[in-house]
Design a protein around this ligand. Sequence first.
Ligand SMILES: O=P(O)(O)OC[C@@H](O)[C@@H](O)c1c[nH]c2ccccc12
Length: 261
Amino acid sequence: METILDKIIAKKREDIRNMTELTINDLDLSREKRSFIEKLRHTSEMAIISEFKRASPSKGIINANLNPAEQGALYESYGASAISVLTDVYFKGTFEDLKTVREAVNLPILCKDFMVERKQISHAKAAGADLILLIAAVHGKDALKELHEYAAELGLEVLVEIHDDEELEKAVSIGAELIGINNRNLKTFEVNLGTTEKLGPLVRQSGAFLISESGMKTREDVVRAAKAGANGILVGETFMSADNLKQTFRDFKVPLTVPQR
Ligand SMILES: O=P(O)(O)OC[C@@H](O)[C@@H](O)c1c[nH]c2ccccc12
């Protein structure tokens, strides 16, 4: 049966058919580097990657009124370690949003998209990304490795997203330094924080840094992720729809439970 992820990927392949190829010469590889992994090495608090997410396929519109530059600046002032910007159409995001946010803040920027080809990674770099997401469920091991290496050549850090043991194995085998456990199953959109609890200790055993992604609503949720070994969390909806964003950030600031390394 066709899953939601299959549908998104099919549409993505179609959308990028006419995307131009950028060569290394078109890219500014000397741009100031904003490393997220470096930040993770030097912190005693759970890192927060806050996401600019107007809409999603599962929720529809989350918040269409926010301005990316303003929201990015708020995230930075409340203590985010990095900002994730959705650039996919199903989430009503664009590369323009990413550019706008990067110019408005001094934090590392994660390009949140469904990468299936190298040229998307070049465009992410051109738009100002410091990190990209690669979803292990979308690729075989060789393709994942190839895209991972290409990103590194462009000076990009990579968050490799997994949801089960098989994907974990893939991520570890390509030497991923930063692994995200998505608590949301992209095939069904069900959310279960138990996913981080189940796979988190295994990720940390591999030596990779761990981000727990999706479904964080309360401080208790963040504490659960910390106990499972997370070095950080990735939060979209709760921040995009918060009545009191400052307070929500305060609630989500949690000390690391499992030591950094
Ligand atoms: O809005 P949430 O539940 O806090 O989730 C944020 C983020 O984890 C989610 O947007 C996400 C995780 N992995 C993805 C892959 C593609 C698109 C979106 C995502």
